[in-house]
Write a protein that binds this ligand. Structure first.
Ligand code: DLL
Length: 442
């Protein structure tokens, strides 16, 4: 295969595949698509049934355009087959599991073979290189390590690139700032809201990030604005890059900005993007905003065909001045569903509802109020209690509040302030209930 890497002082071998000529890329995509669809048809009953229903067989995928004949996959499909029903590899070949929030109390489980982990590492190395990191950079990885894909995704990618990784994970803000200064950190990755908090805390501690060695920030896992980018770049003296991904597709590393900071290049040799009308599912032309849909082209353990991300964006027409041949998507601002992202953690209002329906003494009338204090998202859940409960002792109310806060934290994986309110105090609506009041400003 011939590559035409863009020459230049900043070119790194890890980026070579980003510059593949389009005809070769499309040939590779088609070959991988055919292979992955056959794998799904042979190994995952849900896909075989759906494809049979549509009268489509693996050999009917003759061109990339044929992808539109395949059925979609949704988060509901992952929930309905919980935990392992969409796996296409035997469990003994699965070497890692991660999980993210589902729409109810149960998470969504994703799996990786060793080959999948190698793919993930290589796409993350490319993504991090696209943000200008090199061997010799010292990366403070403040994404959570654990079931969330952020921490480990960055970890292996940055190590492969040859950077020094500090696996500090999230939290312990003062220690993060000490490490940033004392270890000569040159790059950081975390959620944009956490970086906002770090800046805030740095200011309170009298640490000016512009005086440190920090030069690059890689942010993602939640939407952030161009205004916030400008703030980060000015206040910290860095270049701030947007990096996108989702657990179902691989984790972080699905799309990333380059030095032009004008859209995110999709790592198209592994993830095939489409934009569809969120209501009808019809494909939309380049430039038009719609729902982003991905087909994984190389995953082994849990390939997905036409997964509906609910993220709204558009494919940007035309090439990027950086020379990468990978198509770009616009920054993601909004979702087409009600998923909230609070400090990088995905939360569905339906999860809150499921907890309330399970706990005696509360009514399923609730409201979620989101605020931001010192750069950190705060979530309050106001819950109506039953009249009987309300006339009970203060002790009983306190016990209920504590119990709810505990269960919410366990189910949602973030700390929640629970406020019990009298029956009939939460405003009733005549149409769709207004469950979420978001007072966080961009
Ligand atoms: O958030 C993976 C990730 C980790 C991406 C670290 C970037 C950095 P999930 O927890 O499955 O995976 O959440 C995926 O988060 O569908 C988007 O709605 C949102 N999201 C992720 N990155 C961005 C971004 C990780 N750069 C969901 N901009 C996605 C806007 C983002 N939203």
């Amino acid at each position: 295969m011939t590559m035409i890497p863009a020459a230049g002082p900043n070119f790194q071998p890890a980026s070579a595949l980003d510059y593949m000529p389009r005809p070769e890329l499309q040939q590779l995509q088609l070959h991988r698509l055919q292979t992955v669809i056959r794998r799904l048809w042979e190994r995952v009953p849900l896909y075989r049934t759906r494809m049979n229903e549509r009268g489509i067989a693996p050999e009917d995928i003759r061109s990339l355009a044929d992808i539109v004949n395949l059925p979609f996959t949704s988060k509901t499909d992952l929930r309905d087959t919980y935990p392992f029903g969409l796996f296409a590899s035997p469990m003994e070949d699965v070497v890692r599991l991660h999980a993210s929030s589902g729409t109810t109390g149960k998470p969504i489980v994703v799996s990786y073979t060793q080959e999948d982990l190698d793919t993930w590492t290589s796409v993350m190395a490319r993504a991090i290189a696209s943000c200008g990191l090199h061997k010799g950079d010292i990366l403070q990885n403040a994404f959570g390590y654990g079931l969330f894909t952020g921490g480990l995704g960055y970890h292996y990618g940055a190590e492969q690139l040859g950077s020094t990784v500090i696996p500090v994970s999230g939290g312990s803000t003062d220690r993060q700032i000490m490490i940033m200064r004392d270890f000569g950190v040159t790059a950081i990755c975390c959620t944009p809201s956490y970086f906002l908090h770090l800046l805030d805390r740095g200011e309170a501690l009298g640490v000016d990030f512009r005086q440190l060695r920090l030069r690059i920030g890689m942010f993602g896992a939640e939407p952030w604005t161009v205004a916030m980018r400008r703030h980060f770049e000015e206040a910290a003296g860095i270049k701030a890059y947007d990096l996108y991904g989702l657990s179902e597709i691989i984790g972080p590393g699905v799309a990333v900005e380059c030095r032009c900071q004008d859209g995110l290049h999709v790592i198209e040799d592994h993830f095939y993007p489409e934009i569809v009308d969120p209501d009808t599912g019809e494909p939309l032309p380049d430039g038009e905003e719609g729902e982003l849909v991905f087909t994984t082209l190389s995953k082994q353990a849990m390939p997905l065909a036409r997964f509906r991300t609910h993220d709204l964006t558009a494919l940007i027409p035309g090439p990027c001045p950086c020379g990468r041949t990978l198509r770009r998507i616009r920054r993601i601002g909004q979702r087409s569903d009600d998923m909230l992202i609070i400090r990088g953690v995905n939360v569905f209002p339906s999860q809150v509802e499921a907890v309330l329906l399970d706990v005696e003494g509360t009514l399923p009338h609730y409201q979620i109020v989101l605020t931001r204090e010192h750069g950190l998202d705060q979530m309050e859940v106001q819950v109506e209690v039953t009249s009987r409960m309300f006339s009970d002792s203060l002790g009983a109310l306190e016990a209920l509040q504590k119990k709810l806060a505990g269960v919410m934290e366990r189910v949602l994986q973030i700390r929640v302030q629970v406020t019990l309110v009298e029956p009939r105090t939460i405003q009733r609506s005549e149409g769709k209930a207004r469950r979420v009041i978001d007072r966080r400003q961009a």
